[in-house]
Write a protein that binds this ligand. Structure first.
Ligand SMILES: Cc1cc2nc3c(=O)[nH]c(=O)nc-3n(C[C@H](O)[C@H](O)[C@H](O)COP(=O)(O)O)c2cc1C
Length: 226
């Protein structure tokens, strides 16, 4: 089948698009508002952009009335946010934090989550989460939509601090992803989580060239200065 997105003539009972870029890890973003009140919300239109230094982005659609999300407003106001990794065990609590609470409502409290101080930024971390990225705001890219909700604010942040709970670090220095079971979004109301990791180290010459292999691993700081 083929459909044009502007015509949306896919003819399927359910919209297919969000099932195509899958699985999407879920940015679980904690921020502070102008009064210092905590906010927490999930964003699955999320990815890392580069690694030396590390940058991430997530995309916040506007609300049905065209208003920007609390997360967007808080980040632009304070210049800081934290990404807290969502795991399979945290699914229900993550979902509670997605409710359309009024600005100023603390979703940590609504979901029964514990705040843990950050090191380099002011927004607190989700203590129950195994990995946190402390971020400084870089910029917002606004994409025009075909509806109020379709308007999207893409937030880019520079990762300035990384927390990984020691219990999830393997003796070989890798993160124990199978133990963490990171949760990810797919289309519809479907989710998945990572329970199987396999290693693929190609033996061809292209992958043996030192810098290239380091780049594939994301070895921040391993390269000569520009
Ligand atoms: C798993 C999941 C993923 C979500 N991903 C997004 C997303 O990528 N973009 C978005 O605008 N909203 C997303 N939402 C909805 C927001 O979390 C929701 O609008 C929330 O109320 C925003 O909170 P805030 O206004 O405090 O930022 C997602 C919800 C869930 C449950």
């Amino acid at each position: 089948m083929f459909y044009e997105t502007e015509k949306n003539d896919h003819g399927l009972a359910r919209p297919p698009f969000k099932s195509i870029a899958v699985p999407r890890p879920i940015a679980w973003i904690s921020t502070l508002d102008a009064e210092g009140r905590a906010n927490l919300a999930p964003y699955s239109q999320f990815t890392n952009l580069t690694f030396d230094p590390p940058y991430i982005l997530f995309s916040a659609n506007r609300d049905y009335d065209g208003a920007r999300k609390d997360t967007t407003n808080n980040i632009e106001l304070t210049g800081e946010f934290v990404h807290n990794m969502v795991t399979y065990d945290l699914l229900d609590k993550m979902n509670i934090t997605a409710a359309a609470f009024e600005p100023g409502v603390d979703e940590f409290e609504a979901a029964g989550l514990t705040k843990e101080p950050s090191v380099m930024v002011k927004p607190p971390r989700v203590a129950e989460s195994p990995i946190h990225l402390e971020c400084k705001y870089v910029t917002t890219i606004c994409l025009p939509g075909t509806s109020a909700v379709g308007n999207a604010d893409i937030i880019i942040g520079k990762v300035v601090g990384v927390h990984i709970k020691d219990e999830y670090i393997l003796p070989n220095g890798k993160i124990d992803i199978e133990k963490i079971k990171p949760l990810a979004r797919m289309g519809y109301s479907d989710y998945t989580f990572i329970e199987k990791v396999f290693e693929y180290v190609p033996s061809d010459a292209a992958h043996d060239e030192g810098d290239r292999a380091l780049g594939l691993e994301g070895a921040t700081g391993a390269f000569g200065k520009k």
